[in-house]
Design a protein. Sequence first.
Length: 394
Amino acid sequence: MEELLAQEKTRTMDAPAAILAALALSAIGALFYNMLPLYLGMAQDFRQLDTRATGFIGGAFFLGYNAVTISAFFWIRRVSWRRVCLFAAPVAAAALYAGTVIEQYSILLMATVIAGGAFAAIYGIGTTAVGDTRNPSRWYGVKIAGEAGTGALLFLVLPGTLIADRGFEGLVLGMILAMAILTPLALGLPGNAGSEEEEWETADGTGSDQVRHLTIWLALAGTLLFFSGQTTMWAFVERLGSAGGFDQQTVGQLLSVSLLFAVGGSLVAAALGYRFGNMLPFGAACGVFFCALLLLSRAGEFAFYASGACGLTFSVGLGLPFVVARVAELDLEGRYVVLTVPAIGIGAMLGPSIAGALAAGEALTPVLVFSGACVLIALVLVCVFGGRSAARGQ
């Protein structure tokens, strides 16, 4: 019965138009997050805000984002994906543009919450749709590379065009234009994608089913911790370079190059697909991360620092598709995979905050230890406990 469910779930999502739609929706849903540093910086200058008020804009976005993606567990199979996306995209665009014309700060925060929720609905559907394909490991790799590539393209094009002409409004208009180009691809989604709830609600309460659900929750916890550890190091990697005595321009150029390694990791994941399963490549990505930590612990030498920074981003690009695909592999009902989105969001928020509190003064060793511990626990949850649980449930 479980094999039949898995086959039925992939039947409609393997069409090229459906896969393209899922990838496009994921790129839209990640658009604001990828442009967040530029958006917040320009919003601060445009609105003449202090750093604290600017930070609240990012918090408002993630408030709406996480609220919608957590709730998606209950509605993701009850709605028409096409209709939700075609409704959420203009809502997100309108909320974004409102930020350029609304002067009252409290209303600006409310508009940002709405934008976060709308982007989250689109991203959650894109993530779930990719999970419904026959080879989610491959397409999650393409998905993450496409998200990063879209953001990188806008970073390259907008400063010399719309931003140069219209400033902060030009940035927002550029994001809206990208959404307008990509949103029509949502029509490629299966028409009945959101109406098959009864097919997935087949849990019979048996021991095998309960063990599988436990393994899913372990994989979700692993996703949260993996991204928490990764984000912690990404948040502090510039500080490591500064502590090593390297000038800011050199560090900035290196971090730009390191983003290409993140895309490279995702493309490697896409090339591997399910050839070696999901747990072995995820374990390899964690191994790369641990090697990067060792190199970053010697950040006083630029060769070690540069290699560690590039290894860090490569490991997240490689590991994230496989840990999310592991959830999709176990998620026969097709409802749990959307919870990887808030797991990633919560991990991204908690990791740097906890590590920053643990760090004493200028010493960054606790940051290295904390991030390594997060990824190690994630590895144990996904590949050891999760693997044993799945084996017992077969």
